[in-house]
Ligand binder design. Sequence first.
Ligand code: NAD
Ligand code: USQ
Length: 382
Amino acid sequence: MRVLVVGGDGYCGWATALYLSERGNDVGIVDSLVRRHWDLSLGVDTLTPIAPIGRRIERWKELTGRSIDLFVGDICNYSFLEDTIRRFAPDAIVHYGEQRSAPYSMIDREHAVLTQVNNVVGTLNLLYAIRDLCPECHLVKLGTMGEYGTPNIDIEEGYITIQHNGREDRMPYPKQPGSFYHLSKVHDSHNIHFACKIWGIRATDLNQGVVYGVLTDQTSRDELLINRLDYDGVFGTALNRFCIQAAIGHPLTVYGKGGQRRGFLDIRDTIRCIEIALANPAEKGEFRVFNQFTEQFDIMELAAMVEHVGKEIGLKVEICHIENPRVEKEEHYYNAKNTRLHDLGLKPHLLSESLLDSLVHFAIRYKDRVDKSQILPQVTWR
Ligand code: NAD
Ligand code: USQ
């Protein structure tokens, strides 16, 4: 298959591009490299030293003999996107190329606007490019579990059947996202759903939970292939941050009570889910939604697991509750369905079995690169 990975220089995209390349697909990466620019402008850096994209791809070719095409540009620029799609002619597009941090989107008006313009316009451009240049192409779009928020009923996979005044309909599941970033994903979902309906585009929206880990079979093959691992208060996600905090002896930063419950998955399962979605494409005109996570945890449960594993290998780990910079429920019901990817063959990595290898060992190996001033959160929702 010819697969274009938009956002292929990022955390999920780089791991996906190498995995799909190794599995025999012809892979192209589209990336504006804007994430490296955002890091620079915030003064933050990945824990793991990532090589420039050209060097990464060159090293992959030296090791495996497999080429990856690179298209550096912004998908919000339609003439760049059109040209790229014409040249690459994809069978499928995996779309990771967005601003993906909730705190970043909440810094101020400019960052909220940047996030929504970048994400919504980029996705709209992709929809038009598919309609006009490759109408059979399958769009695999990364959404987020955070689109649903934390309702007091079970979360279904994309749709819910509602009875009202004696009538019944199957409707998109209600969305109550918790940041301007998460809202941008809701806007994307609506736009994609509409485009499928009117133009017959085939699309899969993968509502992904929080991803953890840095180890994949491909990215661990050489230091030049290593993936990014964010730990700062803007781009770092909960579990990745906790492991790095444990490695340097910083108290684990649980926001508020820590009863926030979310879906999580290992990055090795992210790439496998993409493979499954690509191998089982949506029908023409179908807007298909999968909930992409493997396990659910409270933030306090995660902190306790990191504490346990850390102590077993001699780290001094302490858990602290800090004032929650976000506006969110800290204790709530949470039960999300995730059967559709399992039904198609996903065999998950369990956190209890992979925490050390997939994360803690990397945190310890690179702990001298940690900038401690970037650990505490500086962005608030209020
Ligand atoms: P990332 O920031 O590491 O990677 C995103 C990449 O997209 C970056 O390399 C960036 O330069 C590129 N990009 C952004 N806007 C672009 C544009 N307009 N044109 C071209 N390239 C652009 O993010 P990630 O963690 O890999 O997340 C990838 C996707 O997965 C995002 O859409 C995110 O919402 C979703 N997701 C991530 C997680 C997670 O825990 N990391 C969880 C759920 C969903
Ligand atoms: N949290 C802490 N301590 C920390 C960091 C976070 O307690 O040091 C808490 C947050 O308050 C929140 C939860 O952990 O309740 C998750 O926060 P996060 O930063 O790990 O993840 P989030 O902001 O939700 O965003 C991440 C990715 C985003 C993706 C989302 C999936 O950055 O791209 O969409 O996970 S989901 O959470 O399912 O929406």
